[in-house]
Design a protein around this ligand. Structure first.
Ligand SMILES: *Cc1c(COP(=O)(O)O)cnc(C)c1O
Length: 231
């Protein structure tokens, strides 16, 4: 497993997919997903040019933060309200907001730290029971609630598409969330700016970019398979 070679390959594919969708490499943010991996591996990727990293557990952000070189941190996994405090002063974007309760806790913690927090609303676009995220029709409750907040800034949408061997099967899901994204964008709600569409993982990031993603979250294609056995 060679992080440099993997990263070069991912970069090449992102550039090609961006060009196929009429955009440039610089329009797409690559978030290197480092969950379960040690700080040394993260620092190697950062030295190779990675600017954004993603973790799915708030505890991992807290525990690795001091050992990792300066980089933008993203919280991409499920966040319980009692763990917001671990990440509020460390991450630049929380991708996984799916309830009013969580929004309110982020507002409260941001106030306490005298800061603001950019968030994405996580949408369950495929209707799979096991995936977190809100149903597309419930999104407007969160959008309206965000209009009453001053510290939480809604910057876009995130989704996790079903695992598949054929990424093209997720194109429909990506198109659906993109349509929702554009619809919300056109309505100009208070405190909502639809800037980021976070979708696509190792198996389907090229398809996601072709269907409108401007943030992709790529783990195993860069760092190899994760080992959960010691966790
Ligand atoms: C682990 C994870 C990823 C990256 O998954 P890979 O298939 O390894 O690229 C992306 N998004 C979320 C929310 C994750 O938890």
């Amino acid at each position: 497993m060679n992080i440099r070679e993997n990263l070069e390959e991912v970069e090449r594919r992102i550039t090609a997919a961006a060009e196929r969708s009429g955009r440039k490499r610089s329009d797409i943010t690559l978030i290197a997903v480092t969950k379960t991996h040690p700080a040394e591996m993260m620092n190697e990727a950062i030295e190779l040019g990675v600017t954004d990293i993603g973790e799915n557990k708030p505890q991992e952000v807290r525990d690795k933060y001091a050992d990792v070189k300066p980089v933008r941190w993203h919280l991409i996994g499920h966040l319980q309200t009692n763990k917001v405090k671990y990440v509020i002063d460390k991450v630049c974007l929380i991708h996984s907001v799916d309830s009013v309760k969580l929004m309110d806790e982020i507002e409260r913690q941001a106030e306490k730290h005298d800061t603001t927090m950019d968030i994405l609303i996580q949408v369950n676009i495929s209707g799979e029971e096991t995936k977190s995220g809100i149903k597309p029709e419930e999104i407007y409750d969160l959008i309206e609630h965000a209009g009453e907040l001053s510290r939480v800034k809604v910057k876009g949408l995130m989704t996790i598409a079903p695992k598949t061997d054929n990424p093209v099967t997720n194109a429909l899901h990506f198109d659906n969330i993109r349509r929702l994204f554009l619809d919300i964008q056109s309505k100009k709600y208070d405190n909502i700016s639809m800037e980021y569409l976070s979708m696509g993982m190792s198996g389907d990031y090229e398809t996601a970019i072709e269907h409108g993603a401007n943030m992709v979250r790529v783990g195993s294609a860069i760092f190899g398979q994760r080992d959960y056995s010691t966790k």
